[in-house]
Design a protein around this ligand. Structure first.
Ligand SMILES: Cc1cc2nc3c(=O)[nH]c(=O)nc-3n(C[C@H](O)[C@H](O)[C@H](O)COP(=O)(O)O)c2cc1C
Length: 357
């Protein structure tokens, strides 16, 4: 094996992460007051990943506006109170030498649901839910039907994403990720399976990608040149006639032309009733496909659980970053342990934990 890539720093625009281990965005449903304000839980949860040696930590899907949350327990970034609370999270992450990114999200027709331990399906309006919006008025199976967005609502939608990005910079995030995956709003617009529009936002690939592109353009103009912008895609709907890796690669290139810097490649989530062939590293081939079509950085995610496995993916030479999700919930010090597994000396083992090395 050549030098260990997993622990090489990576520079994207004005940000340098100490290694290529990024913590994947993971919803916590922990805003008990249902006000979108991150809590002590978020400091402890995300902070433990920073203590644990990750290069960059991405927040859970965070609503750009109230109706964009998956559930009423999600975090948000539409007001000053949320900005102040995120600043505390970021101050702690930075104190541990890690970088932070926020995943900006709008859940579209998959919004206003219960968290898994509070109920099933859509949360009724009387209990704190709301009318969801989408590219279509067709419901996600088992959920309440959304209202299709009017064409003249699209400008406000873009503005809301851009305002959320500005607030994210004010809150001290080092990078911004646009969530265009997992069947949420932007994926609903991208995929022919959920976009039945006849206006400028439906039909051709260019039209289906228009909302995402307008958001990328708006965010890049608002955040300046030094902050990296990531886009998470689901590279396939696992269904004939749906969104696929070729369309992902094309739209990723368009996003890159407008200032996106990293493509975070996941899969699925748009519809029910499809079989997803999971297994160790099951999405890596999709990340490698996209990497062959763009010059920008690409990350791989999905059942990557050991340092050796992560290193092999990087050594194959196409993917630049590894995202760790559930393995980091099981072991917030995943990165520290991977450094031991791969025999790499790092200078950010926490001093407080030196006796445990
Ligand atoms: C509890 C949990 C919450 C998640 N929430 C999000 C989310 O907010 N945004 C997102 O893009 N993916 C989310 N995911 C998907 C993960 O980011 C990741 O892509 C997926 O778990 C596969 O990676 P893994 O096998 O390393 O866990 C979530 C996954 C889990 C387990």
């Amino acid at each position: 094996m050549n030098s260990v890539k997993l622990f090489e720093p990576i520079t994207i625009r004005g940000m340098q992460a100490r290694n290529r281990i990024f913590i994947s965005p993971m919803c916590q449903y922990a805003c008990e007051d249902r006000d979108g304000v991150p809590t002590d839980w978020h400091i402890a949860h995300l902070g433990s990943m920073a203590i644990g040696g990750a290069g960059l930590i991405i927040t859970e899907a965070t609503g750009i506006r109230p109706d964009g949350r998956i559930s009423s327990w999600d975090t948000g970034i539409w007001n000053d109170e949320q900005v102040a609370a995120w600043k505390r999270v970021n101050d702690f992450i930075h104190s541990q030498g890690a970088m932070s990114a926020i995943q900006l999200a709008h859940a579209g027709r998959k919004a206003s649901t219960y968290r898994s331990w509070s109920g099933h399906g859509s949360e009724p309006i009387e209990e704190g839910g709301w009318q969801s919006v989408s590219s279509t008025d067709e419901a996600f199976e088992g959920y309440a039907a959304p209202r299709a967005l009017e064409t003249d609502e699209m400008r406000t939608m873009v503005t809301d994403w851009v305002e959320a990005a500005k607030r994210s910079v004010d809150a001290g995030f080092d990078a911004i990720e646009i969530h265009a995956a997992h069947g949420y709003l932007l994926h609903q617009f991208l995929s022919p399976l959920t976009n039945d529009r006849t206006d400028d936002y439906g039909g051709s690939l260019e039209n289906r990608a228009r909302l995402l592109l307008e958001i990328v353009i708006g965010i890049r103009a608002a955040i300046g040149e030094s902050i990296p912008l990531f886009v998470r895609f689901s590279a396939t709907d696992y269904k004939e006639g749906g969104w696929d890796e070729q369309q992902t690669a094309t739209v990723a290139r368009w996003c890159a032309d407008q200032g996106a810097d990293l493509f975070d490649i996941s899969t699925g989530g748009l519809i029910t009733g499809v079989t997803i062939p999971t297994g160790p590293g099951y999405q890596v081939k999709f990340a490698e496909f996209v990497a062959q079509h763009v010059d920008e950085s690409v990350s791989a995610v999905g059942q990557i659980t050991t340092g050796k496995q992560a290193e092999e993916i990087l050594q194959a030479g196409l993917v630049d970053v590894i995202m760790i999700g559930r393995a980091a919930l099981r072991d917030p010090q995943w990165a520290l342990h991977a450094s031991q597994e791969l025999g790499v000396e790092i200078d950010y083992w926490p001093k407080q934990y030196a006796r445990a090395k």
